[in-house]
Design a protein around this ligand. Sequence first.
Ligand code: PEP
Ligand code: MG
Length: 558
Amino acid sequence: MTVALQGVGVSPGTGAGTVQTMPAPVAEPPAADLSPAADVEAACAAVESAAAGVQADLADAAGHASGTAAEVLTVAAAMAADPALATDAVRRVRELRRTPERAVWEAAAVVIDQLAGLGGYMAERTRDVADVRDRVVARLTGVRPPGVPAPGHPFVLVAHDLAPADTATLDPEQVVAIVTAGGGPTSHTAILARSLGIPAVVAVPGASALQDGETVAVDGSAGTVLRDPGPDDLAAADRARARRDRAFSGTGRTADGHRVQLLANVADPSGAVSAAEAGAEGVGLFRTEFCFLGRADEPPVAEQVRAYRAVLAAFAGKKVVVRTLDAGADKPLPFVTADGEPNPALGVRGLRTAARHPEVLDRQLAAIAEAAHAEHAEVWVMAPMVATPDEAEAFVARCEAHGLRQAGVMVEVPAAALCAGPVLEHARFASLGTNDLTQYAMAADRELADLAALSTPWQPAVLALVQATCRGAAAHDRPVGVCGEAAADPALAPVLVGLGATSLSMTPRALADVAAVLERVTLEDCRRVAALAVAARTAGEGRAAVREALPVLTGLGL
Ligand code: PEP
Ligand code: MG
């Protein structure tokens, strides 16, 4: 019998297939020695054969993967091919009589310590060594290898939550849908699923009961997971999937010709190239901190210039909004953020770090200006986490000192939304960061599954803040974009346009869906559904009212 589990739909579309659960993390083997009767040579051979097997598996997986997954797996395969780990582990078995798995663990610890001590790029490789170690130990102890399963056929991935390292190896050709017990609408899992175009439902209470091999049908719009779906459910999933193979024409507008620029969120040069290929009209959010995550030291100006130029080069003649480093909370950068703040989301993050390290912001602005000068994109610059008109004024002045005239602010703190008029007296534009705006308006950590019902930009209170921002901006004739995940929700996009957003910036995968909806509604429709959503009593009621008023969403399979 079909049973429906209800979670929070965070990436639209449907997918059906057999479940593959993420394996539990590999535990540290006990510090045990071989028994006196054990065959030491057989134990040494076991280490060598497990290491060779892991290397072969990784090389094979890299050969079958594409994009980032292929890159990550190739690095891991190279790491596994380095004989240092196996040689030291074999020595530990032979000389110290360690068990094979314990010997591998200890040998890896030495390599990890050495790499960490070298700092910089080498320190970033410690995660790869730990990954190889876990795979070898898993082989030796007979448990499932860590990481995203690779059953060799498409599947529905079920996990408690996905770590950024796991998500790098997700292959959209293989993973037809994602279901997690944890996570919220703006969690990393949700953002990544949308960027890969994989339907996803998070915060599903019964997810941990799903078993490997059982069939489920996942609806990332409705937030449902059907266990043991009937033939009709499976056929509906197939039809909806087929309808979603649409492309973006490269110009966003409503049915009556009202222009809405449809832009891309990018994190690095390769993302910019894919965004340009997807037809994005420009970049509405370049998250510069993502180029340098995990770095212990500030990247030199020349390196920054190279990274920024590569992004700008993909959008010659088009707008690119570069966000200055948004360090802190879920994205710590040790060279500007402090450890040990009791509440990092409310701490010295985003633009606030510039008070303590003004030279880091100045060097970044110098690098952006140099890159802008050398390339042909139309460069806009904005600061994250601006709360007051004074902060906006100071930021704009510093940008101008570097010759960067299009300087604006992100509106992601409720104070900035409520004081948008005075803030936008100085800032040339605003970009609504609805992920953090929702987190701060609802006082709900964006990564916490337990608060997923609160953490949605459909909350009428959040939409009222969007409305206040658009009104404040209109008083100074300033454009307002939306670059939070709300912009990628095809049902919410008309609401944002109706509230006054002039551009929407999203993961490139969402462009075609959002464009398809806008093309089928008028500006008047957008205003009507915006009024419904803001006046709704709850997020759920607002969403239901908008979906009922726009049957085109269901017609498009969204
Ligand atoms: C936001 O907060 O909505 C935003 C776009 O910034 P980030 O998700 O990078 O915090
Ligand atoms: Mg933010």
